[in-house]
Design a binder for this molecule. Structure first.
Ligand code: NAI
Ligand code: MG
Length: 334
């Protein structure tokens, strides 16, 4: 039977890079059916809510979702849609790989780092968010549970083994955040004991930022809590040529949502300037998740060649072309 994918084109540059990705999946012969759903600002304008129930139902029904970036309106009363979806579907693991491609403007050549970010707890738990009535004091709660930490750490080690990776760095701030980061680090040390075949190291997050910039080749897998993972993965994207090159998979027991790391890029939306590679790489993660590794490799080879040869690449890659030309160059190679 045909796999049906729920597709959320999203806001800003979302529809154009999702459209490019679907053309590429089809041309590669993936044979998916698609069901489209709205979320974000687009959904608010059309249906009066950021995440309509119909969208939730489709995500649940098809289990696999390919999603464009969503704009969360700033201000009171709007919780981040991404945080909502991750919590609703218990998407506890966020896998954000970055890989060097020849032909980008990146400063490094041999980067292959997978950030495994805890996706539902930590500073993004959403708990205890209060601002005092006079607006002079604000609070939010960071939550780390042993169960949550153990789950993400085990997931990181199992993924490392599956992908033939050798080393895991647990990133924390246990010296200051004694309770939350302290518990995460304690569990990290315990889980590391169970995987003697993997080299386990640990690093404090601020040092990790410096090390990533100075000597990024030392990293293989980074596993960390929600907020640190969010920030470090953007840093990692910068090592390989920017946000246009960084995909992410949100994985739960039952459902998975594949997306770019970046947002809706309002500054370039509607101008045919966006690099669709991030979402194409997210689709490659989706193919690997679905055990369609041959299709994944075929598409990866095509974008690798387009970027290396500089054939119709986008501005962020040093080229002068737009989303549609870049996509055409990839399609020709399939
Ligand atoms: P952003 O990631 O949208 O943009 C940051 C910078 O990177 C901009 O200069 C943008 O032009 C550039 N950029 C991003 N993607 C690109 C691509 N594919 N090709 C070329 N250049 C690209 O971050 P920003 O501006 O902070 O956020 C904009 C909106 O996106 C906000 O409403 C935010 O809430 C939302 N957002 C949504 C996410 C999601 O749905 N997963 C993730 C991050 C932000
Ligand atoms: Mg982010």
């Amino acid at each position: 039977t045909k796999q049906t994918i729920t597709v959320i084109p999203g806001d800003g540059i979302g529809p154009s890079i999702i459209d490019a990705t679907i053309k590429i999946l089809d041309k590669a012969g993936c044979g998916f059916d698609y069901e489209f759903a709205d979320a974000g600002l687009t959904a608010l304008e059309k249906h009066g809510e950021l995440v309509p129930e119909e969208t939730i139902n489709l995500i649940e029904k098809n289990k696999i979702t390919l999603k464009g970036p969503l704009t969360t309106p700033v201000g009171e009363g709007f919780t981040s849609i991404n945080v909502t979806l991750r919590k609703q579907f218990k998407l506890y693991a966020n896998l954000r790989p970055v890989l060097s491609f020849k032909g980008t403007k990146a400063r490094y050549e041999n980067i292959d780092i997978l950030t495994v970010r805890e996706n539902t707890q930590g500073m993004y738990s959403g708990a205890g968010q209060v601002t005092s009535e006079d607006g002079t004091e604000a609070q939010a709660m960071s939550i780390v549970t042993r169960e949550g930490a153990e789950k993400i750490l085990t997931f990181a080690y199992e993924t490392a083994i599956k992908e033939g990776r050798k080393k895991i760095t647990a990133v924390h701030k246990a010296n200051i955040l004694k309770s939350t980061s302290g518990l995460f680090l304690k569990v990290a040390r315990e889980v590391a004991q169970r995987y003697p075949q993997i080299e386990s190291t640990e690093m404090i997050v601020d040092n990790c930022c410096m090390q990533l910039v100075m000597n990024p080749e030392q990293f293989d897998v980074i596993v960390t809590t929600n907020l640190f993972g969010d920030i470090l993965s953007d840093l990692c994207a910068g090592l390989v040529g920017g946000l246009g090159m960084a995909p992410g998979a949100n994985i739960g027991e039952d459902c998975a949502i594949f997306e770019a790391v970046h947002g809706s890029a309002p500054d370039i939306a509607g101008k045919n300037l966006a690099n669709p590679t991030s979402v194409i790489l997210a689709a490659i993660q989706m193919l690997e998740y679905l055990d369609m590794g041959d299709k994944a490799e075929k598409i990866r080879a095509a974008i690798t060649d387009v970027i290396a040869s500089g054939d119709r690449t986008t501005g962020d890659l040093g080229g002068t072309h737009g989303t549609t030309d870049f996509t055409e160059a990839v399609l020709e190679r399939l």
